[in-house]
Design a protein around this ligand. Structure first.
Ligand code: TXA
Ligand code: MG
Length: 323
C-alpha cells in the first residue's frame, strides 16, 4: 500500500474510485484517521474487520459528505438530532439513529441502529463527495488502528499500525496531524432523550444548551444501555506500555502532563501540552512515543475541566492499567 502525501483533486478522485472498487483507504478526519471502506460492500467490509482485527459484531460509523444524505441511512430522526446535525456537522460528532435498509447487519453489528458522521477535514469532505459522485452512499470508517489500540492522529501512525495488514491496492492519505486528536462524541439518538455513549469535543453542556434537553452520559462498563460500542469496553485505546494515572514515576518511566506541571526527576517527558485542547491533540502521539521508546510504564496526570478534559479522562481511564 502507498502513503499519498500530495492529496490534490485527482488523487482524491482516484482514492474514491479505489474505495468504490472495494479497496481500503485510510484518510484524515479532524478527530483521528479513519480506515475507510464502501459501507455497502460486504466483502470489502469483511476485509476491513480482518485488517483491524475487530470482532464483527462491533458496529462501524458511516461517513457522509453532508447532512443531505442522512435520510438514506437513518429514519425516524428525532427533532433534537436534526438540531444537533444542523449545528455540529460537519464536525466531531456521531449520531446513532434507527437504520434504513441501506445499513446492513454487516456494518451495524446486527443492531437496528446506525452510526452516522459528517467529518469536517477538507480532505475527507472531498473524498466523500467524490465517492458519492461515483454512486457511493457512504464510507464506513473505524479509527485506523488495530482493535483495542491507540487511534492514529497522523498518516505515519496509520502506517506503523496497519502496514503489515493492508494489501498493495489499499491506500493511506496524508492530511497532516488531526486537529482534535480524540474520537468524535457519540450520541445515541434512538430514545426520547439523547445519551452520550462516548465523550468528545462536542460536550454534554454544548448539547444540552443547544437542545434544551437533559443529556444522559453512559458510564464505562455500564449495562444500562442496550447499545454495543467497543469504546465502552473496560480496556481500549491502549499502548503496549502500562499507563498509570497520577502516580509518581520511577526511573525511566514516561510522563505526560500539562506544561505547568514539572517533570519529576528520572521521568522521560513525552508531552507538555499548554492547555486541554493541545492535550487532546498530543495525547495519542505521546502514548505511541512511549512504545517507540519501548518504555515499560507511562505516568499520566489527567487534565481537569468540563471541556475536552472529559473526553481525555475517559480515554485515559480506559487505557490505564488494571491489575
Ligand atoms: O472520530 C471518530 O468517530 C472516528 C473517525 C474515523 O470518524 N471513528 C471512530 O470509529 O472512532 P471506531 O469504529 O473506532 O469507533 C466507533 C464507535 C465504536 O465504539 C462503535 O461501537 C460505535 O462507534 N458505534 C458505531 N455504530 C454504532 C451503533 N449503531 N450503535 C452503537 N454504537 C455504535
Ligand atoms: Mg476506534
Amino acid at each position: 500500500m502507498a502513503i499519498i502525501s500530495s492529496c490534490i483533486a485527482s488523487t482524491l478522485k482516484d482514492a474514491a474510485t479505489s474505495l468504490r472498487s472495494g479497496n481500503l483507504v485510510a484518510f484524515p478526519t479532524e478527530t483521528v484517521y479513519g480506515l475507510g471502506v464502501d459501507a455497502t460492500n460486504k466483502d470489502a467490509v469483511a476485509h476491513l474487520y480482518q485488517v483491524k482485527g475487530r470482532p464483527t459484531d462491533h458496529p462501524l460509523i458511516v461517513h457522509i459528505s453532508s447532512m443531505a444524505n442522512l435520510d438514506k441511512w437513518a429514519r425516524e430522526i428525532p427533532e433534537y438530532a436534526i438540531k444537533l446535525a444542523r449545528t455540529f456537522w460537519p464536525g466531531p460528532m456521531t449520531l446513532i439513529l434507527p437504520r434504513t435498509n441501506l445499513a446492513k447487519d454487516f456494518i451495524t453489528g446486527n443492531q437496528d441502529s446506525v452510526g452516522i458522521r459528517v467529518p469536517s477535514h477538507p480532505l475527507a469532505t472531498v473524498l466523500l463527495t467524490e465517492f458519492e459522485e461515483l454512486g457511493g452512499f457512504g464510507v464506513a470508517a473505524p479509527s485506523a488502528n488495530r482493535f483495542g489500540k491507540v487511534s492514529p492522529t497522523s498518516s505515519d501512525a496509520v502506517f506503523e499500525e496497519l502496514s503489515g495488514y493492508l494489501l498493495p491496492t489499499d491506500l493511506i492519505l496524508n492530511g497532516g496531524p488531526c486537529e482534535v486528536g480524540v474520537e468524535s462524541t457519540i450520541i445515541n439518538c434512538t430514545q426520547d432523550l439523547p445519551e452520550i455513549l462516548r465523550p468528545g469535543a462536542i460536550t454534554s453542556t454544548m448539547i444540552s444548551t443547544l437542545i434544551g434537553l437533559q443529556v444522559n452520559q453512559i458510564a464505562t462498563g455500564s449495562n444500562k444501555s442496550t447499545i454495543k460500542a467497543p469504546g465502552l469496553l473496560q480496556s481500549h485505546y491502549a499502548p503496549r506500555a502500562k499507563v498509570f494515572l497520577s502516580t509518581t514515576p520511577n526511573l525511566g518511566d514516561g510522563f505526560i502532563a500539562l506544561s505547568e506541571i514539572p517533570t519529576p526527576p528520572d521521568a522521560i517527558r513525552l508531552a507538555s501540552p499548554k492547555n486541554n485542547k493541545e492535550y487532546a491533540q498530543l495525547l495519542y502521539q505521546a502514548l505511541r512515543l512511549a512504545d517507540t521508546k519501548q518504555l515499560p510504564n507511562v505516568i499520566v496526570i489527567p487534565p481537569t475541566g468540563d471541556d475536552l478534559a472529559i473526553a481525555i479522562c475517559d480515554r485515559l481511564e480506559k487505557c490505564s492499567y488494571k491489575s
